[in-house]
Design a protein around this ligand. Structure first.
Ligand SMILES: *Cc1c(COP(=O)(O)O)cnc(C)c1O
Length: 510
């Protein structure tokens, strides 16, 4: 590999690290070599994880002297094998079943390679040119799939949490603008009046980033009112109607209702048409958090998202169900004028006169300034494989989850919570002969940890009604039903050895 410096102090040597017309060849060979390494790594992966512990790995990372450079890319990559690549968690492995991490599609990786080398920044037209136009086309494309009209717009973000934050910011500022009390008061005074009365309504299964957003926006986490869910973990619209009526009665302002299209734990999709009706009746901003469920926009199950077109804003995480590398997400709005709440003009960057000349500066719509050209990954994905192929991958994991549900349902060793709408399964191991719920909790916590430490498979955990459960998140079409059956056997084995090591009374408690 090139990129081998002779003298650390010679400025001419330092300049050889800069990518430019003189170094294009060495960039090419250095990156090609590193890609070859990763490719060999991926090809040779036999399990998702080595099982290394924090204490096992930290000394290796801590032992690297950051003030003594290696001056050699090959040596640095050899070292990287030790500090990172060897023990990384490989999401492409069929027995990685834990979180909402997808295997990534190669067209998107081509995009990643291009975008980081060209390094456009999407805040302004004059730093991105075609990048801005490509991003805008993809926003329009997504808005079209949602069913938004001509007035729609949006922006790529770093992830669902940021998309949700921006949506809540727009909802807050729209609520403040509309509030009739003291309409002539300056914006700041109105904000102070209104802020303590704002409420966000969302289901008990919604993502924690909604509560975080409420805190960041000065509303406090208590401003989020939790609506109970039905037996399939979907927001109960009768309870939502009651909560909205209560807000009105108490002089509170329901600034937003957040419906989740694909809850993180259960993949449940809240009733979107009914939620839209209630939002309309109470003048609440409707946000749909489709961070997980957005892949349905490209799938043969598109009808599961019916009603999403009534939303005021939508969060999509292409890095979940569009098989894109982190990060790739967007927030879409039905009415582009609402994005003015994040528009600020800076003389050095995006002066007002540029907006007047209709120069497209994406920073006018974003809460970030310098911003990656993540949209390029989705562009190449659509141009090379097409949306239908992406949707087919998502459909396949949804099918697999349905099969796995049947498997779990018929297996007396396990208890499974709900039939999945998308591709997650929440379940737990049931220790036979033991009725002690604490013991069941400990068995499942142990099985998850032991499985993780073995590196044979990775599953997630969550709680249901205060009890510990395990979770499969299926996003890999390469995961077979046989893989799932194998992982269930491994869980049962770990649980069994834990139980065998328990003192007798705990076992005979039932
Ligand atoms: C993952 C997720 C988020 C957060 O998205 P990030 O990209 O991790 O920030 C928000 N909402 C839901 C429903 C999610 O599943």
């Amino acid at each position: 590999m090139t990129l081998l410096a002779h003298s650390a102090e010679d400025p001419a040597d330092s300049r050889m690290y800069l990518l430019n017309n003189g170094t294009a060849q060495s960039y090419r060979s250095a990156v090609t070599d590193s890609v070859a390494r990763v490719s060999a790594k991926i090809a040779g992966t036999t399990r998702p994880f080595t099982g290394v512990s924090v204490d096992g790995l930290a000394p290796t990372v801590d032992g690297v002297d950051l003030d003594t450079p290696l001056h050699d890319a090959t040596a640095a990559l050899d070292e990287l094998e030790e500090v990172y690549l060897r023990d990384a968690v490989y999401f492409h492995h069929p027995r990685y079943l834990a979180h909402l991490n997808c295997p990534v599609v190669i067209p998107a990786l081509i995009g990643e390679a291009v975008l980081s080398a060209v390094n456009s920044s999407l805040d302004t037209w004059d730093q991105s040119i075609g990048g801005t136009l490509i991003e805008r086309r993809l926003i329009d494309w997504t808005a079209g799939r949602i069913g938004f009209g001509e007035a729609a717009d949006g922006i790529f973000t770093s992830g669902g949490s940021q998309s949700n934050l921006q949506a809540m910011l727009l909802a807050r500022d729209e609520a403040c603008r509309r509030e009739p009390t003291r309409p002539d008061a300056p914006a700041q005074a109105r904000l102070t009046d209104v802020l303590p009365r704002l409420r966000i309504l969302t289901s008990e299964c919604s993502h924690f980033s909604i509560r975080k957003a409420a805190t960041l926006l000065g509303l406090g986490a208590e401003a989020v009112l939790t609506v109970p869910t039905d037996d399939r973990k979907r927001m109960r619209t009768d309870a939502l109607a009651d909560a909205l009526a209560r807000c009105q009665r108490d002089g509170l302002i329901p600034m937003a209702v957040v419906a989740t299209a694909g809850t993180t734990d259960f993949g449940s999709i809240d009733p979107l048409p009914e939620t839209a009706e209630l939002c309309d009746r109470y003048g609440a901003w409707m946000h749909v958090d489709a961070a997980y469920g957005c892949g349905l926009l490209a799938s043969r199950r598109r009808e599961l998202l019916d009603g999403i077109e009534h939303a005021d804003s939508v969060t999509v995480d292409y890095h979940k169900s569009f098989f894109q590398p982190v990060s790739s997400s967007a927030v879409l709005v039905r009415d582009r004028s609402t994005l003015r709440h994040v528009t600020y003009h800076a003389d050095y960057l995006n002066p007002r006169r540029m907006a007047e000349r209709r120069i497209p500066n994406q920073v006018d719509k974003s809460i970030q300034t310098t911003r990656r050209f993540d949209a390029l990954k989705l562009w190449l994905t659509l141009r090379i494989m097409g949306a239908g192929a992406v949707g087919a991958l998502f459909d396949e994991v949804i099918d697999r989850a349905a099969e796995a549900f049947a498997l779990l349902h018929d297996d007396p060793r396990f208890d499974v919570v709900v039939a999945p709408q998308l591709s997650t399964l929440v379940f737990r191991y049931l220790p036979t002969g033991a009725s002690d719920p604490e013991l069941a909790d400990r068995v499942n916590l142990h099985a998850r940890d032991a499985l993780f430490a073995s590196g044979d498979a990775i599953v997630a955990g969550t709680t249901v009604d205060g009890r510990h459960y395990l979770k499969f998140t299926l996003l890999n079409p390469e995961t077979t039903l046989e893989d799932i059956a194998t992982v269930l056997d491994l869980i049962a084995e770990h649980a069994g050895s834990f139980l065998a090591a328990q003192p007798r009374p705990a076992l005979s408690a039932g």
